[in-house]
Design a protein around this ligand. Structure first.
Ligand code: MF3
Ligand code: CO
Ligand code: CO
Length: 256
């Protein structure tokens, strides 16, 4: 394992990339309505990142992926591929995940959207999953262990009768998209490596209404729940500070 510790100067560049990624989600929010396709949402994000932000959409070309965003609807856990034929309908829940590169540094973030009027059970899933992310972020500071982060998420998810997806995880991030360490969204307190000042990583819990098991579709990307029930995810990029943590991808709507 090779965990890089970022300098203040490097964190400064990640702060810029993180803010841009957050601003993509702010920008796209009023567009996420019944009747729009995920392909159209992708095009809007592409144009905004390349033309307005003068930044690079990190997903394009990543392991052969061809789109700017991942758009994961209902029973899709993550890596849903935007498509002009996938039209959002009233009652859907959808995750939009975007990563931008600015000046060589990465910002990676995602949020859930309630499309039109959603069922209470879906609203609850979306809310509790965001609470899982926030509870994890709140404990991050030098000296804790990665197992403490996973445990905070797992305890809150299971208390609400949900399961934690184990097949995908958060990751170190910097001038490389996915670097060490892996950030598991489950675990035991006091286990795993120690968190240190200057570490930068994402936390991005995927929480299922039913069982934790996932499957990858034949397109090689789309990850769905095995049981067909819904899944939610929220993601932030973080920098560990001397006192605690800075959320590099915090959006204007967030009060955490
Ligand atoms: N943004 C995702 C993550 O949180 C990775 C997407 S890879 C892609 O790590 F190729 F599917 F876009
Ligand atoms: Co990520
Ligand atoms: Co992401």
């Amino acid at each position: 394992m090779n965990i890089s510790i970022k300098t203040q100067n490097e964190i400064g560049k990640m702060r810029i990339a993180g803010k841009l990624a957050a601003e993509v989600l702010d920008m796209i929010t009023p567009h996420v309505l019944p009747g729009i396709s995920t392909g159209e949402l992708d095009s809007i994000c592409y144009k905004y990142i390349t033309e307005t932000q003068k930044a690079i959409p990190a997903n394009i070309g990543y392991n052969g992926y061809e789109k700017t965003i991942c758009s994961s609807i209902n029973n899709v856990i993550c890596h849903g591929i935007p498509d002009n034929n996938k039209v959002l309908k009233n009652g859907d829940i959808v995750n939009i995940d975007v990563t931008v590169i600015k000046d060589g540094w990465y910002g990676d973030t995602s949020k859930m959207f309630l499309v039109g009027k959603c069922k209470p059970h879906n609203e609850r899933l979306v809310r509790v999953t965001q609470e899982c992310l926030y509870k994890a972020i709140e404990i991050v500071k030098p000296g804790i262990c990665l197992g403490d982060i996973g445990n905070a998420i797992q305890v809150h998810a299971e208390k609400n009768y949900y399961s934690v997806v184990e097949d995908y995880c958060g990751h170190g991030i910097g001038n490389i998209y996915h670097e060490d360490p892996q950030i598991l969204h489950f675990g035991k307190p006091g286990t795993g490596i120690e968190v240190k000042e200057g570490m930068c990583f994402t936390i991005e819990p995927m929480i299922n209404q039913g069982s934790k098991y996932s499957k990858v579709l034949s397109d090689g990307w789309t990850v769905e729940t095995k049981d067909g029930r819904n899944s939610a995810q929220w993601e932030h990029t973080l920098a560990v500070t001397a006192e605690g943590v800075e959320i590099l991808t915090k959006r204007s709507e967030e009060t955490i």
